[in-house]
Design a binder for this molecule. Structure first.
Ligand SMILES: Nc1nc2c(ncn2[C@@H]2O[C@H](COP(=O)(O)OP(=O)(O)OP(=O)(O)O)[C@@H](O)[C@H]2O)c(=O)[nH]1
Ligand SMILES: [Mg+2]
Length: 283
């Protein structure tokens, strides 16, 4: 097991300015909290489960259920070292300008302001000098931004669709989703305070049309009352079950502010990019 200091102060290149690491950025720090709080951060569904109707099977919300040890192993991928650097790589406005990379890639799409950049910033919180820009103003991210995680995988932050989104969202994102050979998983973010919206269906249709393996993520769960959040979660699960073919059946719950679900999502990314077998060490 890593000593706490090592996790809170990961090795950083001396050439890069270092900002502070969030106090909840690591599994180790979450594990120091009281049991209920820890469980809620590591496995956010546990907070909603007591409110679930007995008729509803909780299993469908816990299909991906790694151990805390798995979460710790996955976290190593998100912890920079001299040999394993995490960097902003480049931006592109067109797929044919996108870098040719061999590593498996994951991308984040969703409505403008849903919290894509904030989520990526939280995933990279152990590498705080990687700059991921977020804004209160919708339509902030106007390009596809590529981040490399050592030689393990690439992560792409996409511009949003909907209100004030770049006009060419479809022109930019559709060819990327259709043609990107190394894309192994698309994360489609849905705002947890409002649930699935009409505008989200465009993105769902794109993923379905190209038979992309994708997963839904409910964001900003710190902002919703638990009853409303559970309603949105159940709606989303039912939608995925009945209306999609290539979506992972379990929606993920995250708060990029409170760090709920961040460790679990890191683990899922490590797993789908082929870097982590559950129950064993990093591959
Ligand atoms: N309370 C709360 N606010 C959040 C969370 N995630 C994002 N936000 C806020 O939502 C706003 C939009 O966040 P961004 O991450 O920039 O959203 P985006 O999806 O990247 O937006 P575009 O780049 O415009 O497509 C910002 O004000 C964030 O602080 C969250 O988990 N909880
Ligand atoms: Mg953004």
């Amino acid at each position: 097991m890593f000593p706490v200091k090592r996790l809170l102060k990961p090795h950083l290149s001396p050439l890069r300015a270092t900002r502070g690491v969030h106090s909840l950025a690591s599994v180790q720090s979450a594990c120091q909290l009281p049991e209920k709080k820890r469980q809620g951060l590591l496995f956010p569904f546990s907070e909603l489960q007591p409110y679930l109707d007995r008729q509803v099977d909780p299993g469908s919300f816990q299909l991906f259920l790694p151990s805390v040890e798995d979460l710790r192993h996955a976290e190593k991928l998100f912890t920079p070292t001299a040999k394993h650097q995490i960097n902003y790589f480049t931006s592109a406005v067109r797929t044919d300008h996108a870098p040719v990379l061999k590593q498996p890639e994951v991308c984040f799409i969703g409505r403008s302001n849903v919290g894509k950049s904030s989520l990526i910033r939280a995933l990279f919180a152990l590498s705080p000098d990687v700059e991921v820009r977020v804004s209160k103003t919708p339509g902030h991210t106007k390009k596809m931004n590529f981040f490399t995680v050592g030689k393990a995988f690439t992560l792409v932050d996409m511009p949003g669709y909907g209100h004030k989104a770049p006009r060419d969202f479809v022109d930019m994102v559709e060819p990327y989703l259709r043609d990107r050979k190394n894309l192994v998983r698309t994360f489609l973010l849905v705002d947890g305070t409002v649930g699935l919206q009409k505008a989200d269906l465009v993105a769902v249709e794109m993923c379905e049309e190209f038979c992309l393996p994708f997963a839904m993520v409910l964001t900003k769960i710190d902002k919703s009352r638990q009853g409303l959040l559970l309603t949105h979660l159940l709606q989303l699960r039912d939608f995925v079950k009945t209306q999609t073919q290539s979506c992972y059946p379990q929606p993920f719950l995250v708060s990029s502010v409170q760090f709920s679900g961040i460790y679990l999502l890191r683990c899922f990314i490590a797993h789908v990019t082929g870097n982590l077998q559950l129950g064993s060490k990093l591959t």
